[in-house]
Structures are given as C-alpha cells and as structure tokens.
Design a binder for this molecule. Structure first.
Ligand code: GLN
Length: 542
C-alpha cells in the first residue's frame, strides 16, 4: 500500500490547491519517489465534459480518453506522469455507479446509504488502479464546509483511521488574509477552517498557509497552538513569481521535508536541478514575442490553461518571454472590422472551441495570418476554421462551412459518424448524448514525408490527444492541396485529416488534436517550440 497525502482547502476557493499538489508531487519525485496524483471533485456532473469552459475552465483530456478537471493538467506538467481516467472522479460519477449497481441488484436488498455505500465507492476509487507508487496525492476539490464535499471528507477520515498515520497524511491549504489598514496578517479564518475539518474528524498534519506577506514566527506559533499542528508544520506559501517557481519556493519553506518527517523518511536534499534550470531560463530571456490568441472564452483564462502553458514552454525552448494577447474573435466580424489588434502580433493562435459564435472572426484572423505571412497555429476548431478559410477564399467555395453551424450539403467540416478506436468501430449520430461521446483521447497519426510537421516532430508516427465531434472531410483534400493547403498528417487508415500546413508560408499549421495537453516545461511540445521559433524569427525581422 502506498502512502496517501490528502489535500484539502479552507477559507476560500482558488488558493492554488491543484498547483500545490502538483508541486509537492514534483518535490517527492525529486527525492526519488514514484508518485500518482488524483482529484476528487464534489460537483454533480458526471465529468466536466459538458460544462462551459468559462465556468469550469479547460477540460483536460487524458490518453485514455477521460474528460477531467484542469488540475490534472498541472499534475502532468509538474510530474510528467500521464494521468488516467482512474485519477479523477466526481460525486456525479460515484452516484451514477452506485445507482447502476443498485438497479442491477448488486447490493442484495440492502438500504443504500452515503455511509457505507457511497464512501466505500470513493474508497475503492482512491485505493484502486495503482502501480507500485510510493505516494498517492489525493486532492479534494472545493472548500471544507461545502455540503457536497462531506462524503469525500468522511471517506478520507475513514482511510486515515484504517491505514493509520504511517500511511496517511492530511495537508490543509488555507489563506492568511492581509489587512492593509491594520498592516497585519490574520489567522482567524485559518483557525475556523481547521475547526471545520476537526468537526468532521480530521486533524490536519500540515498547514500550507497562502499569504501575500512573510508569516512571522510568532504567528506560526499562534496558528500551531490554535490548530493543534506542530510549529514546523505550519508552512508559509507566499505568492510565487511564476508557477514554475512553486516547487522551489515550497521546498525552501520545508514542505517536502515535513512530509518526509511525517512518514519517517530520510531527510536528504532532493535533486531540484530541473526546476532550477527552468526558473533560471524563465528569468533570463533573450527577448520576447507577442502572440495573439484569437478565441471566444477569453473572459476566463483558465479556459485555455494548457494552451497558455504550452506557449510559455515554447518560449522556454527559444529563450524568449511569450506575451499573450487574448483577443475576442467577434471584434473581427463585420465588413469593416478593425484588424489592428493583430498588427502587433508576431504570431496568431486560434485555439479549440465550440459553436458558431465567433467563428467568422476566427476565419478572418486566419486569412490575415495567411496573407501577411504571420506565423499561424490552429488547434482543433482553429484547424477546422483554417480549412474553411482556404476553401472559401482560395478554392472559390463561398458556401464552405461546418455542419456544426447548421445542416449543409457537402460540408468541408462534418459530423463524425464513425471511426475506429483500437480494434473497435465507434458510431455516433446527431441524436447521441453530448456527454462523453466525442472522439476522445490518444489516437495515432501518420506524418507525410517532407512536410514541416515531420521535420518538427522528427518521427513519422505520433500519438496525440483528441476531443472533437466534427472532422475535416478528406474528400476535399485534392481541391485544397491544389491551393497550397497540404494534408500533412492523417489517421493511419487515411480517413481522418489530422494536420494541414502551407509550405509557402513561414509557419502555417493546423492540427485536429490538442498538442497543448502533452507539453511540459521540461519537455516543450515540438509544435509549440516551432511556432514560437517562427514568431521569434518574425519579431527579429520586423
Ligand atoms: N467544435 C469542434 C468539434 O467538436 C472542435 C472541438 C475543439 O476545438 N475541441 O469538432
């Protein structure tokens, strides 16, 4: 049985619990331990797949096709461990599984109750599908005191009792607000949130206290007394310059040391050279590039979390700071639209998206990039719009469109009704449920000889993560290739276009998959590195 660290949050949401968990994962890895990170989400949706990106943020897709919480993206970016379906669960999924078993008669006539049936289902989830890990870090979504989190807290309390303190540790992330007029950090909200935890039977072992100011020792002592936590285990978590500073900052404050002390493990210094190198490179760039991200979920930047990080990784690989300018594509719509927001850009990114609103503006931005030799990178919806742009403006097909926007004859982007997944044939139609029915997860793609993507990846066969319901219709290939838009990546059976590119342009690539999900700061994705390199070259030219 591995050691479990349960991570809860108190006082307010958005304390960066996900990042703290990810950073702790990286620190334990740096001490030579094998880690896995999991997230328990208290909301009732079965998964975040049907939630609006502007409410919930990005949906992070795993290789095995799960639509998960964006915190799993942080986990992967910090630890390099590929997340799985078995690493994220919601109350909705737990209940739907329990109810399905009840209907099958699996409970043999018992009355189904939160304790033990729901808590047992959560326990099974937390402790199953493991692979000899030394540590499993389990983050509980939401804030202690929420009605929805109670079954999860009850489950981890039981696990703490059953497995004992040698195998479990409770880490609580809280906030010390700074009151400007008094010039003081306040501990009362932390005291209350620990009391709330204690009222459900959980005594935290470590407190990670987020604050904007240094926490003086006397305040740590006070928190220690009131909350029943050793003084050294009251850890200060100051706001960091960049998220990639967080492992080093938390290490300096002793977080990983306290975990080791709790489990009676050696206290030697971890090897943090990877993080030191990343932070050094981030702090010493040779220049900067401006990337315009033309999308429609720009009101909540978490909607594009992995994308923003992957662009930063591309910058790391090219020694430049990447400045992101989030542009709502609707400003480019209409006859005399002002395109000036794109004039300062060294590159244009059109990310994934859903629905017709804003699509005409994206097509205009792509046309601008193509005509002005401005590096362009389109992802998923961005690739589909690039194909429509070429069909309309270069191949004279003024009606070219996607059936996502309404029923049309011969759509250049159409609903996928069947495809192969492993050895199985998947079929869908317009009436299928929306939840969990897209082409999801890792699929192979074959790169064409002599293409730019082949050069960037350096291999012929790749695997990337997908999340889409529509596809570019391969029957348009000849017409579009004649106009210079080359289909440079295809599914192994040749049926599904995966990548398009223009050889007559400094960098014009559209991909049907989501490469941003696999980029890591210590292993930037080749397409993002290539895109930022092209933007850097452009910024030196102009
Ligand atoms: N809406 C498009 C589709 O479903 C693109 C999806 C995306 O960008 N993730 O195919």
């Amino acid at each position: 049985m591995p050691r479990f660290v349960f991570i809860t949050g108190g006082v307010v949401s958005s304390l960066g619990k996900g990042l703290a968990s990810a950073a702790l994962g990286a620190l334990l890895q740096a001490r030579g331990y094998k880690v896995r990170l999991r997230k328990l989400d208290p909301y009732l949706n079965v998964d975040p797949g049907t939630m609006s990106p502007t409410q919930h943020g990005e949906v992070f897709v795993t290789d095995d096709g799960a639509e998960t919480d964006l915190d799993l993206g942080h986990y992967e970016r910090f630890t390099g461990v590929d997340a799985k379906q078995s690493d994220n669960v919601t109350t909705g999924r737990i209940y739907s599984d329990v109810l399905a078993r009840e209907r099958r008669g699996d409970y043999l006539g018992a009355t189904i109750q939160v304790i033990p049936h729901v808590t047992d289902a959560i326990k099974t989830f937390v402790t199953s599908n493991l692979d000899d890990e030394d540590f499993v870090l389990v983050e509980i979504g939401g804030t202690v005191g929420d009605i929805e989190s109670l079954p999860f807290l009850e489950t981890i309390r039981q696990l703490g009792y059953e497995l004992g303190p040698r195998k479990t540790c409770f880490l609580h992330v809280t906030l010390l607000p700074y009151i400007h007029v008094a010039g003081e950090l306040k501990t009362k909200p932390t005291q209350h949130s620990v009391k709330e935890l204690q009222s459900v039977g959980i005594q935290p072992d470590i407190l990670l206290c987020r604050s904007s100011e240094d926490i003086p020792n006397d305040l740590k002592r006070k928190i220690s007394r009131f909350c029943n936590v050793r003084e050294e285990a009251v850890i200060s978590a100051l706001d960091a310059k960049s998220i990639y500073d967080v492992p080093l900052v938390y290490h300096r404050e002793g977080l990983d040391m306290e975990i080791c002390r709790h489990f009676d493990l050696p206290l030697n210094e971890p090897d943090l050279s990877v993080w030191q190198d990343i932070v050094h490179r981030m702090g010493n760039p040779e220049g900067e590039v401006n990337i315009a991200v033309v999308g429609k979920y720009t009101s909540l930047l978490d909607s594009y979390k992995s994308l923003a990080e992957a662009l930063i990784h591309g910058g790391l690989d090219n020694n430049v700071t990447v400045r992101l300018n989030w542009v709502d594509s609707e400003i480019f719509e209409g006859d005399n639209a002002d395109m000036s927001a794109l004039k300062q850009a060294d590159g244009i990114m059109v990310p994934g998206g859903f629905g017709q609103r804003g699509s005409e503006g994206k097509i205009k931005a792509i046309q601008f990039a193509r005509e002005n030799q401005l590096p362009f990178f389109g992802i998923c919806f961005g690739m589909q719009m690039a194909v429509i742009e070429a069909a309309r403006n270069l191949a004279d097909q003024s009606e070219a469109s996607s059936s996502e926007f309404g029923q049309i004859d011969n759509p250049v982007v159409g609903l996928m009704t069947e495809w192969t997944s492993g050895n199985a044939q998947v079929t869908r139609d317009a009436e299928s449920d929306l939840g969990g029915t897209m082409r999801l997860g890792a699929y192979d793609c074959v790169l064409g000889e002599g293409t730019r993507v082949r050069d960037l990846y350096g291999v012929k066969n790749i695997s990337e993560r997908h999340r889409h319901r529509y596809e570019v219709n391969v029957s348009w290939r000849d017409m579009l290739e004649e106009k210079g838009l080359i289909f440079s990546g295809l599914s192994p059976d040749g049926a599904l276009p995966e990548i398009v590119e223009r050889p007559d342009h400094p960098f014009f690539i559209g991909v049907q998959f989501h490469p941003e999900l696999k980029s890591r700061p210590f292993q930037p994705h080749p397409l993002f590195s290539g895109f930022i390199k092209a933007a850097r070259d452009r910024s030196r030219l102009v």
